[in-house]
Structure formats: structure tokens, C-alpha cells
Write a protein that binds this ligand. Sequence first.
Ligand code: VGL
Ligand code: ZN
Length: 198
Amino acid sequence: MTQALVVIDVQNGFCPGGNLAVPEGDAIVPGINTLMDDFRHVILTQDWHPAGHSSFASSHPGRAPYEVIEMPYGPQVLWPDHCIQGTADAAFHPDLAVDRARAIIRKGMNPAIDSYSAFFENDHETPTGLEGLLRTLGVTDLTMVGLALDFCVNFSAVDAAQAGFGVTVREDLSRAIDLDGSLAAARDGMRTAGVTLA
Ligand code: VGL
Ligand code: ZN
């Protein structure tokens, strides 16, 4: 068994003061830094949108953040503008031990498709390359932590389990947005996919 730690989107934009702040998003940083010492491979993901991204409510006249619209690839929650490439909002939390990371996977760069998962864009077809990286490294088992538990951590964990990795999500080192029951639905979906919630 070879393990990797995948740290999802621990960025200023998802921490208090950020454009899409997750309650207590910053509280998990010290624990994640400590956990990194237990892993040979540490991967970070970074939500990295071009300005005017199609997941932003501001790109859809008459729409407000947190409304849901139909996109060609399925329903899409509209978000406040967040994590725009090169901005402070998109930077990692300043205390995150980014130097420990073997690789940083950026996602959400295609203007037309959102990407919650670290493995595939929301069309569930376009890969980010993370699966190939992990397989090349011989990784079999993943521990996932980060933001937000009910969106990017959830989608990443389900995709990883479906790809055949053993997956554990550390809920104590993750925080949720919890939109209209999204946290409960995410927990159900992860359990159904065979993800261990710890
Ligand atoms: C995320 C919403 C939009 C996340 C990213 O990291 O969970 N959520 N973009
Ligand atoms: Zn995003």
C-alpha cells in the first residue's frame, strides 16, 4: 500500500475574508500541516478560474450567487466570483505548508466547465491528470482533507473511489459550505461510493 495525502483547495478564497468563505476554513490549516509529515506524497489542489468563468453568477445576467442553472453537463450552482487566477483570493492560505507538496493540480481553468473534482471537470470526462500522476507514483490509497467538504472534497473523494483508490476523508480536517442540505447529501454519496469518513 502506498499512500498520498490530497489537500483540496486550502486557499484564501475559501477561508474567512475570502470571496467564497467557508466557515472556519482556516481552522484546519495547522492540523493539515502536521498530517503532511505522515505521508510520502502530498498533493495540493488549487481552484484556478479565469475572470468571467461560467460558474460565476456575475457571468449570467439576472442570476444571483447560489442559484442553480442547467449547463450542458448538468446542474451548476452559481458562485460569487472567486479564486481568479493570480489574485490573492486564489493563493494558498499563507500558513499552509505548500513546500511539502510534490505537485499542485489546478482546476476550473476551462471557462465553460466548472471542476469540483481533483480528477475530472464537472463533465465527468475531461481529466486533470491527477489519476495518471498517482498511478505513476504507485499510489493505492488516498487521504483527503480540505475545502469544501460538500463540494470539491466530496467530488474528489467519489471520483477517486470510483477509480479504484482506497479513500479516507478526514472530516475533522475539512469544512463544509452546507447549501440546502449539501453536506448530508455529500456524506451519503461518499459512503455509497465506498469512501471512509473519519
Ligand atoms: C469549490 C465551489 C466552487 C470548492 C470550488 O473548493 O469546494 N466550491 N469552487
Ligand atoms: Zn470554484
